[in-house]
Write a protein that binds this ligand. Structure first.
Ligand SMILES: [Zn+2]
Length: 277
């Protein structure tokens, strides 16, 4: 235990020992310089304004801070003030704690002006890039609005054409559905019984599906009420409803459904068979 304590004490002393060749804190205290807050508050940074309009007031970039320091003619140096106070050069504690001002020479002002002038190409570049980005964003937004307007117009035209087809198709007499078919490949409906297929084909869901197919694959509908409209609707019903349904019957109709559909008319004619207990 004692050995450990001695080792810890030695380690502690080793940390406190100054590095060889480095000045001590008393010889060279840490120093910092600061611009007067009033100078910063009155400054408007053209670079920060170029980066984000409205944010440059009271803010400075590093280069601008250097220029402001030169233009102000000196900096408030805490270390120097402290040293002067301790050496009795300041004359009073009040003077030691206040900013040391150096008369601004014309040369310093010229240097400050040169620094700010050197900043102009960068400000111009940032402004040009910002404008290019802004214009690109505006163009993209305009293109998006145009695309949205085109899509809306297309959707409205499609809805109108489909509605016209639906009105025309509703007047077309249906052919008898394939015997035993209870799945519709036109609109995707699955029925509980093949006996419901005739009613399904006359329903709105099926008619609208045929109308969409007619609009997508055929010419626009003729004005409702004309002979051409009736012929066009009949052809559309044949192409987009009757033919696909009959083609699907070969692989969709199941034997029990076909038997039920075939027997139902005879059962209806002869009456329902008596229920035996
Ligand atoms: Zn259907």
């Amino acid at each position: 235990m004692r050995l450990l304590e001695e080792k810890a004490r030695a380690k502690s002393q080793e940390k406190e020992r100054p590095i060889a060749g480095w000045p001590s804190d008393a010889q060279c205290p840490l120093a910092f310089a600061a611009l007067p807050p009033s100078v910063i508050a009155a400054h408007v940074s053209p670079l920060i304004e170029a980066l984000r309009a409205g944010c440059g007031h009271g803010r400075v970039s590093t280069l601008e801070a250097m220029a402001l320091a030169l233009a102000a003619g000196g900096l408030h140096c805490e270390a120097q003030a402290a040293q002067a106070g301790s050496a009795g050069q300041a004359g009073s504690a009040e003077q030691a704690g206040t900013a040391e001002t150096v008369p601004c020479s014309l040369a310093l002002r010229a240097d400050a002006s040169a620094l700010l002038t050197a900043l102009r190409p960068l400000v111009s570049y940032v402004q040009a890039v910002s404008q290019a980005v802004s214009h690109a964003v505006e163009r993209n937004e305009a293109a998006d609005k145009a695309d949205a307007a085109t899509a809306a117009a297309t959707a409205a035209a499609t809805a109108a054409a489909t509605a016209a087809w639906s009105a025309a198709l509703a007047l077309v007499p249906h052919l008898a559905p394939p015997v035993g078919l209870r799945r519709c490949v036109v609109c995707g409906t699955a029925l509980s019984s093949p006996l419901r297929m005739a009613g399904h084909l006359a329903g709105k869901k099926h008619i609208d599906a045929v109308a969409k197919a007619a609009h997508a694959r055929g010419p626009p509908p003729e004005p409702l009420g004309s002979e051409a409209a009736a012929v066009g609707a009949a052809n559309a019903m044949l192409a987009h409803s009757d033919r696909p349904l009959r083609a699907s019957a070969a692989w969709l109709v199941e034997a029990p459904d076909a038997a039920l559909a075939a027997l139902t008319p005879h059962i209806t004619e002869q009456g329902a068979p008596p229920c035996g207990d």
